[in-house]
Design a binder for this molecule. Structure first.
Ligand code: GRF
Length: 208
């Protein structure tokens, strides 16, 4: 009997290189990406989904007068798909606390620093790497974590570190870290989909 693949929905706001890593490494293999949504109709991630034959839809944040209506629309789409896992792969909107608690430990986020450093409100995109360099940190990296109602505060699943070189610019650091993002996000999704992750308090442990 063939195994039923876990249903994954991915939310993106931009280029979607992390989405691409999921399409290339885990889609139809350890999971099924059933849909990709974006708050930004111009997000290239939507094209990437289309090219892979995955349902994609823009729910344009700007077309709603009230933020509540945007979230109501997004949540009704998500509920309709009955996902096992929701991946925030460069999704810039912060979901509402009720939604996080409804999908507790079923929403994954990727952040391009070693949480709990250089994360939280205002730390996104190139700003993260600028802050690392300004501070003079010698190590940075990437974190995949379960999202909760705080900003980048949920339980950590996987992390990878990279050395910050004296010659690094925000752009070079971003590029170095992105290579690792594309490895650990698919890894974390695969571990989740194979039921290898379990919680002990707020520690995420991996079943061997
Ligand atoms: C990545 O750096 C990710 O860590 C952060 O947003 C960026 C998204 O990049 N959350 P992409 O759209 O996947 O290329």
């Amino acid at each position: 009997m063939s195994e039923v693949l876990k249903r994954v929905v991915v939310l993106v706001s931009g280029g979607g290189t992390n989405l691409q890593s999921l399409i290339d490494k885990v889609h139809k293999n350890s999971c099924e990406i059933v849909a990709v949504f974006s708050d930004n109709p111009k997000a290239y991630g939507l094209e990437r989904a289309k090219n892979a034959g995955i349902y994609s839809e823009a729910i344009s944040y700007r077309s709603f007068e009230d933020e509540k209506d945007f979230f109501a629309e997004l949540y009704s789409k998500l509920d309709g798909l009955d996902p096992d896992l929701i991946v925030l792969a460069g999704f810039l909107k912060i979901l509402t606390p009720e939604f996080y608690s409804r999908f507790e430990n079923k929403i994954m986020n990727i952040h391009p620093s070693l949480i709990p450093s250089f994360c939280g409100k205002g730390f996104y995109g190139i700003r993260v790497h600028q802050a690392v360099l300004e501070y003079g940190a010698k190590i940075s990296g990437v974190t995949v974590h379960f999202a909760d109602d705080g900003a980048d505060t949920g339980p950590i699943i996987l992390q990878r570190s990279v050395i910050v070189e004296d010659s690094d610019t925000p752009e070079s650091l971003q590029a170095k870290i992105l290579v690792h993002e594309h490895e650990i996000l698919p890894q974390a999704v695969e571990l989740f989909c194979k039921d290898k992750l379990y919680m002990e308090g707020r520690r995420v442990k991996i079943r061997q």
